[in-house]
Design a protein around this ligand. Structure first.
Ligand code: NAG
Ligand code: NAG
Ligand code: NAG
Length: 196
């Protein structure tokens, strides 16, 4: 097991965009689906989350997303207001069963006085968006290279079809390429790094 304290390179995004079914509720439009969460909604993003699906805007990201086996993310407050703690456990496909990948552990500031946005490293900002109640959704943007990802996490290892459809529609609203150029889909048979 390798412990490293490092900058997160933003790394995740998506695939096959399925047609969104017209369910009983009127479907939300793109304005609603991409309305940023506000800082006052910080409580909604706290906890431990498992990466379920992700899309990226470049085939460079496909290499990174394609090598990923599993990931969890913990978000918590710190004693300092405006600073959150992000801990991540990442496992790569080429690692042997028992070996975990690496952990990121960093304290990161909220950077927008209204919208819920975290500066995860010098170049990258995580922008949180509306999602289902047992889900976490953010978009990353790196000013260094223009790479963007959108990532959906769940409290458990899988999410329902309607949650996934909503996420894919959000990716489409945010103009992630279709067909996708970079994607991750979690296979619940793949182990997660230990969460303790
Ligand atoms: C999206 O829905 C909201 C609320 O129903 C409405 O106010 C807004 O005009 C709609 N926007 C578009 C682009 O249809
Ligand atoms: C989150 O951080 C607070 C202090 O800000 C701490 O009391 C609490 O135990 C932490 N929760 C978890 C799950 O680590
Ligand atoms: C804060 O976020 C909002 C919504 O994304 C954006 O319009 C605004 O420019 C941001 N402000 C700063 C200072 O980045």
């Amino acid at each position: 097991m390798q412990l490293s304290r490092c900058r997160c390179v933003p790394l995740w995004i998506c695939v096959l965009l399925l047609p969104v079914s017209t369910a009983t509720d009127p479907p939300l439009n793109c304005t609603e689906l991409t309305q940023p969460l506000q800082q006052s909604q910080l409580n909604q993003i706290l906890g431990t989350w498992i990466l379920i699906e992700a899309y990226g805007n470049s085939d460079f990201l496909d290499v990174q997303l394609g090598s990923l086996s599993s990931e969890w993310l913990k978000i918590n407050t710190t004693e300092e207001s405006g600073i959150v703690r992000l801990v991540k456990g990442v496992r790569h496909k080429n690692q042997k069963e028992k070996n975990c990948g690496f952990f990121h552990d960093l304290e990161a500031p909220l950077v927008n006085s209204s919208a819920l946005q975290i500066k995860a490293d010098y170049f990258s900002i995580l922008k949180f968006l509306p999602t289902c109640s047992e889900c976490l959704l953010y978009q990353t943007y790196s000013s260094a290279d223009g790479l963007e990802m959108i990532l959906l996490y769940g409290k458990s290892q899988s999410l329902g079809t309607s949650e996934l459809e909503m996420f894919r529609k959000q990716a489409s609203c945010l103009h992630f390429p279709q067909p996708p150029v970079a994607t991750f889909k979690y296979n619940p048979a793949d182990d997660l790094c230990p969460m303790s």
